[in-house]
Each structure stands twice: as C-alpha cells, then as structure tokens.
Design a binder for this molecule. Structure first.
Ligand code: GDP
Ligand code: MG
Length: 856
C-alpha cells in the first residue's frame, strides 16, 4: 500500500485535512484536493519541507511551559480566641513548571544569580547559625547547584543526541510510558519546595519550581516500517500525538518534552494558541467561549486547580489566567471598563438635530426656608401638608407648565442628611433656585447649596422668601450671601435676587421670569432622536409594581418598550407615568417620568441609558453587578458579631452596628451617609446594610448575627420579622424623620441616654374591605390582628410594610356604636382622618408615644 489519499494521510497524522492541504501547498506539492492520492515521494518532500521549516516551527508549536500541580489537604485543630476549637483546612499546593529550554536557560541564569545572592545572605548570617544547620544548608546548596549542573549537562546531551538522530527516529520506537515516567521519578528525588499558608478558604500559594528536562535521549532506533510503508515517515513523536496535550496535563503528567517533539511530525498536533482577553472577572462560560473549548473542559481544568466552579460562576483574573495558561493559551489582561465604553455608540451633537428643551430647575436651601411651599404655590397644590415633620423626605420632580413656558422643578430635601442628594440635584440641573428665608438669613445649608451650585457651574436665582413676615430682612440676606460669592446684579454680580412670599404669592411671577430668563441665556438644547439617556432622581421597590424609578430624561426620547440600562439594573420600559400619575408613551428631554420595568431598584443619581438590545443591557448590568460584588467583598465591613468583637478588641474602639431599611433608595443612601459621618475615633457606627423595603425575617437574622440594631425608616417589620425579633431579641426602631434617627444613634454613641420618647405599637388592624358612606366618608372594615386599637391614639397606614400615611382616627366603630378601643380578634369599622385612600390589604397601626428612661 504505497499511496494513500490526502484525507487518509491527514487521519494518520491526526491533523485536519485543511491544515495538511495548506502544508502541502507550502511545501510546493500540488494536490487536487482531499481525495487526491499522495505519493510516497510527495510525503518525503513534505517531510523535508517541514523539517526545514521546523527550527522555528517546533519553537512555536511546543508550549513554552507546562505547569503541574499537586494538592494535599489536611485539617488543623486550633483553639480560637474564644476558647472554642476551630478546624482550619490547610491546603498545600505544589506547582511545578516545566519550561522550554530557551526560557529555561534564561531562568537558569536567574536561578544561579539567586543562589549566589542566597549564598551571600547565608554567609552574612553564618555567625548566628548553629553549625549543624549551616552544614545542612550547605549540603542543600551543593545539591541545588549540582542539580543545576546536571540539568545543563543533560540539556546539552539531549540537544546533541536529538540533532544527530533526527533523521533516524521512528515513531513506533517511541515509548510513551517510559518517557513519561522519567520526570516523575526525578521529581521524587528533588526536594519539593512547597509553601503552606494557614488560610481556611483560599490558599493562593503557588510555588514556581523549575525542573530539569529529564527526558534522556531516546535510543537509536532500528528502521521500522510504518503502516504506510515508508520508514522515513515518523509522523508522530510518541504521546505527543497519541494523547492530546491537554489530556496529558490534566492527568498531572508532564507532557512530552520538546526534545521529542522536534523531530516528530508534531506540527499538526500543536494546539492552536490563542490570545485570550480577560478582564477583572470572567465567567466560566465566557472563558470557554474565548478559548473555543467546551465549558466542561474549563471546569475540569479548574478542578485540577482545586476550584469547583459552575458554568455561570465568575472567576477572578488570577484564576482565569492560570486556566488559560494551563490550556496552552496566552492571557491578555484587558482593562475592565472596556465593556463600559461606547455603550450607546459615539454620538456627538453634530450628528443629531438639537431642539430647545425646558430648563431643569432645582430648588435648594436650608430646611424650613420654604422650598416646598414655593413649589407648591407654583404648582398650586399642597405637597408640604402630607409630609412627615414638614420635611421633604425624597427628591420630588415636577413638570410645571407655567404661563411663561414649561419648567421642570426638582425639590430637594433640606436636612443635612441629604447632602448627597442635593449634590445630585445640582448635577442634573440647569438653574438653581436658592431659597433663603428673609427672617432667618443665610444658614449652613444655604452656603452648602450655593457652593454645590457653583461647583456644578449652574447659575443661581436667589429667592428671598417669607418677605411677608414682619421680621423679614432681605438686605441682610444680600450681605450674607455676598460673603459666599453670591452677588446680586444690583451689586455688580451676576446672580438674580427675587423677593418672594410663598404664602401670599408675592414675587412668584418675577421669580419664574428670572428662571426663564436664565434658561434662555443658556440656550438649552437636546436631541430628541437617538437613544435616550437620563438620570435617576429616586427609586424604590413596590409590591405589584416592582422597581419604580423616577427618571429625568436628558437626551433623546424615552419610549415604552425601550431596553434600558440603569446603573447595575437593566430591563425594559414597561410603563411610564408623569408626575400626576398619568400613563405616558414617551418622555422628551427635561421631562421627569416614573419608569417601571427594571429588574431592581437603581441608586438615585445613576445614569439611565437606552441601549440597542436587551442582551447588551443585561450584559453590562451583570458586569457592573459582579464588579460591585467583588469590590464589596474586597472591602467588606466586618459582617459577623465575632468579627466586630475581634475588631473591637484589636482597636479598642466600640462599634455600633446598624442595619437600615427604608421606603425609598434615596433615604437609605442619605441615612447611611449621615450615620457613617457620626463615627469618631472611639465610637464607630457600622452600617451593615441599607436597603429598600419592609423589614423581613432575614434582616432580623442578619442583625442578630452581627448584634446590630435595625433602623426602619417609614417601613415596618412583617410578621415573620416580628417572630424573629421575639426569638433573637433584635431591637428595631422605627422612624419617619431622618434627624430623629440620627439623633438617636448619636445619643447611643455618646452614652448620653437622656429619657426618650419611645413609640410603641399598641395595635394592628388589617383592612378587609372598604365602604363609602355619605355620612362617614370612607370606612375601612377591619379585623384587629394584634393588641388593641384605640380611638385617641395616633395611627399610621401601612401598605406592604411601608408607611403611606400618618395621622389620626376619625372614627372607630363596632357595629353601629362608636367605641374607644377594639381588641385583637374583633372586627370594627375605622375611618381615617383626612385620608380617603385606604385599601383592602392595608394595615392600620395604632401607636403611642411614651417617655422612658433609656438604657443600652
Ligand atoms: P422647606 O423645608 O424648605 O421645604 O420648607 P417648607 O416649604 O416646608 O416651609 C417651612 C415652613 O415655612 C412652613 O410652615 C411654611 O408654611 C412656612 N413658609 C414657607 N414659605 C413662607 C412664606 O413665604 N411666608 C411665611 N409666612 N411662611 C412661609
Ligand atoms: Mg421641603
């Protein structure tokens, strides 16, 4: 059987037919195709050609280095600081890297240098060492050097032998087992340099351990005929061809040293070397895809490294690089943000038609100076009346059609806790209305607001408010503000001052005029076409609606069905509402809208971007989430009580751990920041978490494990959580005014436990049905679930554990009779004063305020 077809030949060589065809062509052998016969002469010619090109061919074909790892696991029993026994898993990893000769030589030199260095150190340390130890080390050293010398000699021998024998070698004479065994035997003689680290979870010890190429030259072989009759054709070089390299490595054996490969026809069996891009994290599936292997291969390889991973698990960069090298590819580290770039494609203002847009005006100023009242007057609705404590708790956005044009107003909360939110307001805004009460003058938050507006480069219109008051002094406001570089036009500055009264409406028209004038000067324009973008003003999770985000559109037109990416969240615009609650189909630039359809509540201040596909939105959001997770894990606060206590012991500081739950994201953020700021050198407030939604049993568990107290801001514990509270004794405090929460925590910190007003929930009623009567208005048919509901106590209406109204009872009736209290298990009719929107499923909680002496 002299001639075979190209495809048969390829089969023998274990190369793809295409590849062989290319090689044949390179060798100058013309064949008509895969089914053409290939003569022995042609095979010879091919071989000669390949040999000629081999010098370099083999270099590139053989992997530069092969890494082997062995792992042993043991357990250590240790007594912990608390006196309890702890089991620590100790993992010892030995890693050996077989490096290609030229690389090896390079490293030899380095190692010699290192040995030299080490010797010098040893000499210096000699006088302190016992003779015996010294002798031992010297012996060790001598062995090291001897090894090195042996290594070099051996390499030399291998090279010579290999060169002289190249032409004679035949594949059948290659004894794979013998050669594979050799390095192992050698490895046993050599002291394994292993490093151990007592680290329960993730030992990272990798010891680069260079080993000599141990394969000795193969014996000269007699001539032997191949299957295809020609002795010259030694098409494979032992196991290099019979086992895929990957497999060999995975079994923990050294792969064929390149001495063998060089004279074998191994080029076709060489793995395809790819450059694999890895960012800071990469999932197993992604990694497999980039290396063009099955995910199971990657998982297997990870197991070899002692990492159990699932296909969707994300790996850190180090692990990914190990796997890539393990599989014979090259890792290319890429900037993690690459995915973030060009999310919407590059759009410059020249590309799209710009159209005028309404100004976005943020009303800022000190608390109680009349921001909300001013907005109210402009909107001619009452917002302040419904607010707890008269403080705007969340940023509100209103799209107001004034007689002089459309203006979008953002109301910002006044308390110090909201610095972050105010800063955000300034960022999203075109004009700042700085409200200063003429009777109160410039206050800390007035200055802060002015600075924020200046920093954002936003023009300021000063509304000197409450000029209806007898003690109003607008000149004083001017003088005080000029000290902070807010100078009125009359005084040669550039800021417009308008005197107004939110009570009488005086000056409001001039204020609007001034705002619109400033806006006109800015020539505000935005494209209406193209992918929309915007910024989140507030967000929350609502039962039945999911994530709800108030978004201010900045460019483009946001439409129903658009795939969106918002911070770490993604989704589609499922529904949109304007600030009056009316459903809208699209939102133009400068319009605030409530958007439903996100997977989770984004953070206030996050950018909203419409992207071209759901896939892209999802991909980027998940990428951001995993990054966020990673950074959070990296800088994690002590999460368990043990951690906290051990830290306290360490640093002699006391820590007050708290867990925050709020109704909207903005408050969570604000409270967190405010509490973080309270920390001093001696007492630290550790916010373990700040999340949106009712307090659940798992929150209580988390708090219990960290000995934390829970702060519920406008949210309540659900029944599961209340059970858990009884079991764990976790303290939950409810607040509806942020600074009360802050004051409380501060008081705890300072140990000044003045008597406090403590709220106790005395009864909870479940609304079963709602009736409307002409005589009593809206009456809720209720069942008292817990405690007693009392006629004269204050109440709150809760929906999905979130406070939606606080006030008093209008009526409490059993059948037809007015009663003063109703006990658990009884039905009753409840009318809530000034609140008509009670619904079936709501809870009405009745509470009392009592003064108690505080103890920790
Ligand atoms: P914000 O905290 O800045 O939003 O202030 P509010 O709008 O809640 O107002 C605080 C208090 O000042 C409320 O009691 C208002 O009725 C009162 N107020 C606001 N503007 C005026 C005004 O122009 N004249 C008078 N007399 N009272 C005002
Ligand atoms: Mg307000």
């Amino acid at each position: 059987m002299a001639d075979v077809t190209v495809s048969q030949f390829a089969d023998v060589l274990k190369v793809p037919v295409d590849r062989l065809l290319v090689q044949l062509e390179q060798a100058g052998i013309t064949v008509s195709g895969a089914d053409a016969k290939i003569s022995d002469d042609a095979k010879m010619e091919l071989l000669t050609h390949l040999r000629r090109s081999h010098g370099s061919g083999a270099e590139t074909a053989a992997p530069n280095k092969i890494t082997l790892k062995r792992k042993t696991q043991t357990e250590l029993k240790m007594a912990s600081t608390q006196g309890r026994a702890r089991t620590v898993n100790v993992e010892v990893r030995v890693k050996r890297t077989y490096v290609k000769r030229d690389v090896l030589e390079e490293q030899n030199r380095a190692q010699l240098e290192q040995a030299d260095q080490k010797r010098k150190e040893i000499e210096a340390a000699q006088q302190f060492e016992a003779d015996k130890v010294e002798a031992e080390r010297r012996e060790q050293e001598r062995l090291d050097l001897e090894n090195l010398r042996r290594l070099e000699d051996e390499q030399q021998r291998v090279r010579q032998a290999e060169e002289s024998r190249r032409a004679l070698e035949q594949r059948e004479r290659d004894d794979a087992d013998r050669t594979r065994r050799a390095p192992d035997a050698k490895g046993a003689q050599e002291p394994a340099r292993a490093e151990t680290r007592v680290e329960p979870r993730k030992p990272e010890t990798r010891v680069e351990h260079k080993k000599p190429e141990t394969r000795t030259a193969a014996e000269p072989r007699g001539e032997q005929n191949t299957r295809y009759g020609r002795q010259e054709l030694h098409v494979t070089g032992g196991d290099a061809a019979r086992f895929k390299k990957k497999k060999v490595r995975m079994r923990g054996r050294p792969s064929t040293p390149e001495g063998e490969q060089k004279h074998g026809f191994e080029m076709p069996t060489a793995p395809m070397k790819r450059e694999v891009a890895v960012s800071e994290t990469i999932t197993v599936a992604e990694l497999a895809q980039r290396m063009a292997v099955k995910a199971t291969e990657v998982i297997k390889s990870l197991m070899g490294l002692g990492v159990m991973a699932t296909i969707n698990q994300s790996l850190d960069q180090d692990t990914a690089v190990l796997v890539i090298e393990e599989m014979g590819h090259e890792a290319k580290l890429v900037k993690d943000n690459e995915i973030e770039e060009d999310i919407q494609g590059v759009v410059t203002d020249e590309d799209v038609a710009l159209e005028p847009r309404p100004p976005v005006v943020t009303v800022m100023g000190h608390v109680d100076h009349g921001k909300t009242s001013l907005l109210d007057y402009i909107r001619r609705t009452k917002v302040a009346a419904g607010e707890a404590g008269g403080i705007t708790q969340h940023i509100g956005a209103y799209h107001v059609e004034t007689p002089r044009g459309v203006v979008t107003f953002l109301d910002t909360p006044g308390h110090a806790a909201f610095t972050a939110m105010r800063a955000r307001g300034a960022k999203a805004t075109d004009v700042v209305v700085l409200v200063v009460a003429a009777d109160d003058g410039v206050m800390p938050q007035t200055i802060e607001a002015a600075q924020q507006a200046r920093a954002a480069g936003v023009p300021i219109v000063v509304a000197v408010n409450k000029i209806d008051k007898p003690d109003a002094d607008s000149e004083r406001v001017r003088v005080e503000l000029s000290k902070h570089e807010v100078v009125s036009e009359e005084w040669g500055g550039s800021d417009i001052f308008v005197q107004v009264s939110a009570k009488t409406g005086q000056g409001i028209d001039q204020l609007l005029e001034a705002i619109l004038l400033q806006a006109e000067l800015l020539e505000l324009k935005a494209p209406r076409d193209g992918l929309a973008s915007g910024v989140v003003i507030e967000s929350s999770m609502e039962k039945g609606r999911g994530a709800v985000a108030t978004v201010l559109v900045k460019r483009g037109t946001l439409k129903l069905g658009d795939p969106i990416l918002v911070g770490q969240q993604f989704g589609r615009v499922r529904a949109m509402f304007d600030e009056t609650g009316k459903a809208v189909k699209e939102a133009l630039p400068s319009m605030p809208v409530v958007v439903l359809g996100l997977t989770g509540a984004p953070n206030a201040g996050d950018d909203l971007l419409v992207v071209e596909s759901d896939r892209k939105a999802r991909e980027i959001a998940l990428h951001r989430q995993s990054r966020h997770r990673d950074t959070r894990v990296a800088g994690r606060a002590p999460a368990t009580a043990e951690d906290v206590f051990s830290q306290m012991e360490d640093a002699k500081i006391s820590i007050i751990p708290v867990l925050i739950k709020t109704d909207v994201q903005g408050s969570a953020e604000a409270l967190r920041q405010a509490l973080d700021k309270l920390s001093t050198d001696e007492v630290q407030v550790k916010v373990l978490g700040s999340n949106v939604g009712g307090i659940t049993a798992s929150d209580i568990q988390q708090a219990a494990s960290s000995k934390a107290r829970v702060i519920g801001f406008n949210v309540r514990a659900d029944s599961g959580a209340r059970e858990a509270m009884k079991d764990t004794g976790v303290e939950v405090r409810y607040y509806s005014i942020i600074y009360e929460a802050i004051d409380d925590v501060r008081a705890i910190m300072s140990g000044m436990l003045a008597p406090e007003i403590k709220e106790t929930i005395v009864g909870v009623a479940q609304v079963r049905d709602v009736f409307r009567s002409s005589k009593f208005g809206v009456v809720a048919g209720c069942l008292i679930m817990e405690g007693t509901v009392k006629r004269n106590n204050p109440i709150r209406v809760l929906r999905d554990s979130v406070v939606i109204f606080e006030g008093a009872l209008e009526s409490l009736r059993r059948f037809k009779d007015d009663v003063n209290e109703v006990r658990a298990g009884t039905e009753c009719g409840i009318g809530v004063k000034n609140y008509q929107d009670v619904r079936a499923g709501d809870q009405i909680e009745c509470f009392s305020r009592v003064e108690v002496a505080r103890t920790i």
